[in-house]
Design a protein around this ligand. Structure first.
Ligand SMILES: [Zn+2]
Length: 276
């Protein structure tokens, strides 16, 4: 299994989206870790090549609202033809993860995809007309982007709830950020050692901030209390298991491990891991 980490670019937000921390403290935490004190989130996607599949995990933002949009350039740089991609796995259906999947009018960008895996709860949420009509005006475009992308793949959608979806790939339910938010554990699944990698989606949006203060939530969380609880549990497990982890909003070099730091955690990025 070969995993290629691709940068779709970034998106700028505001620290005001974070709940449980003020901007000055957020900036200080970034500076402590040697990062610029900016409310800027990297956006990553991943390609996993196995003996019989070429799998894309999430798709970046596709340039929606000026966010990201570099995925096709990154694929070309990696020498991966988008038409080789036969399988897509989604962590969740927020626009910065699904925006690169389709053009206007439900036009699929990855035309040879045979299966698009998404948790059944995630699919049900974005397709629920009652939730859509009760959503605040500012949130409704999220549904429009998700529906456009999901409908573009029509009968190729594979809603799942089981743990093991493909050889060497297990789903890890991490509900809270969205109703069906899911991580993917690649490798032998033993939970330790360098031959496994957990792609944990949006467990953190600002890795250094939310590992130092796991209770900090973001306005995009569907269920902030559950998102914070799951983050705390997973960080504890990862610090014990010493698993290699990565996420859609990690900075380069993209993979790392979680280490305990008093009552909280720090992310130690792996040096020399390749990213394109
Ligand atoms: Zn995200």
């Amino acid at each position: 299994m070969t995993v290629t980490m691709l940068s779709d670019g970034y998106l700028d937000v505001s620290f005001e989206l974070l709940d449980g921390i003020d901007a000055a403290r957020a900036e200080a935490l970034l500076e402590q870790r040697g990062a610029p004190p900016l409310p800027r989130m990297n956006i990553n996607a991943y390609v996993v090549q196995t003996a019989d599949r070429t799998i894309l995990i999430d798709s970046g933002a596709g340039g929606i609202n000026g966010w990201g949009g570099r995925l096709q350039v990154a694929l070309a740089a990696a020498g991966i033809d988008p038409l080789e991609i036969d399988t897509i796995l989604l962590t969740h259906a927020h626009p910065d993860h699904i925006g690169g999947l389709a053009g206007p009018l439900q036009t699929p960008i990855f035309r040879n995809v045979q299966h698009l895996f998404v948790h059944e709860k995630e699919l049900a949420f974005w397709r629920d007309d009652a939730i859509y009509s009760n959503a605040p005006d500012g949130f409704r475009p999220f549904f429009d982007v998700a529906r456009n992308a999901l409908n573009a793949y029509g009968e190729k959608l594979v809603p799942f709830r089981q743990e093991s979806i493909l050889p060497g790939i297990q789903t890890v339910p991490l509900f809270g950020h969205t109703p069906g938010h899911t991580g993917y554990l690649l490798g032998n699944g033993s939970g330790n050692g360098s031959d496994s990698l957990l792609i944990w989606g949006d467990i953190v949006h600002f890795p250094h901030i939310q590992m130092a203060q796991p209770a900090v939530t973001i306005a995009f969380d569907s269920d902030p209390a559950q998102a914070a609880r799951i983050r705390g549990q997973l960080l504890d497990r990862m610090a014990t298991d010493k698993l290699t982890i990565t996420g859609m909003h990690f900075n380069s070099p993209t993979t790392g491990s979680v280490q305990r730091d008093g009552g909280a955690y720090v992310l130690n990025y792996d040096l020399w891991s390749p990213v394109i």
